[in-house]
Design a protein around this ligand. Sequence first.
Ligand SMILES: C[S@@+](CC[C@H](N)C(=O)[O-])C[C@H]1O[C@@H](n2cnc3c(N)ncnc32)[C@H](O)[C@@H]1O
Length: 153
Amino acid sequence: MKRGWLLRDDIIWQKPNRIPSGVADRLNNTYEHVFHFVLNRKYFFDLDAIKIPGANGRMKNPGDVWTVNTQPLKECGHTATFPERLIERIVLCGSPKNGVVFDPFLGTGTTWIVSDRLGRSCIGFEINREFFDFAQGRFKENRAFEQCQPTAL
Ligand SMILES: C[S@@+](CC[C@H](N)C(=O)[O-])C[C@H]1O[C@@H](n2cnc3c(N)ncnc32)[C@H](O)[C@@H]1O
């Protein structure tokens, strides 16, 4: 690519709970692409952090088709929120503990919340003030909820 980006993965996010659509002249769309680009040939990638149990009982590479239900947020008007489970996997393999995650399209703050929960900092941009205010409130609520969880004995 002209700017030097290398495409390392084209992940298919398959959405089993996709709302049925009324279209009659084409198929209902049930997936999205998640592109994994890097700028250098050497880059951080923690495969172990996202391995899944295999048939032989050993942990294996999850592959590039990820089946994750959508997770709508009814309280806000945002129609394209990402599920936390999808972002968790991306943050875990794509950033080190105590690292910084950048989301240029923060929306309702899913990346912010998940990064914080997983011990990363997050920098985000969001052009829509309402979504940003919602993200801030959601972040505070999540923090408060996590802080009042009992710690394991
Ligand atoms: C697909 S949504 C992101 C949803 C987010 N991952 C979540 O879970 O809520 C894309 C967001 O990018 C924002 N956006 C679009 N253009 C932008 C820009 N130029 N700068 C910052 N944010 C932008 C939109 O307002 C929208 O909230």
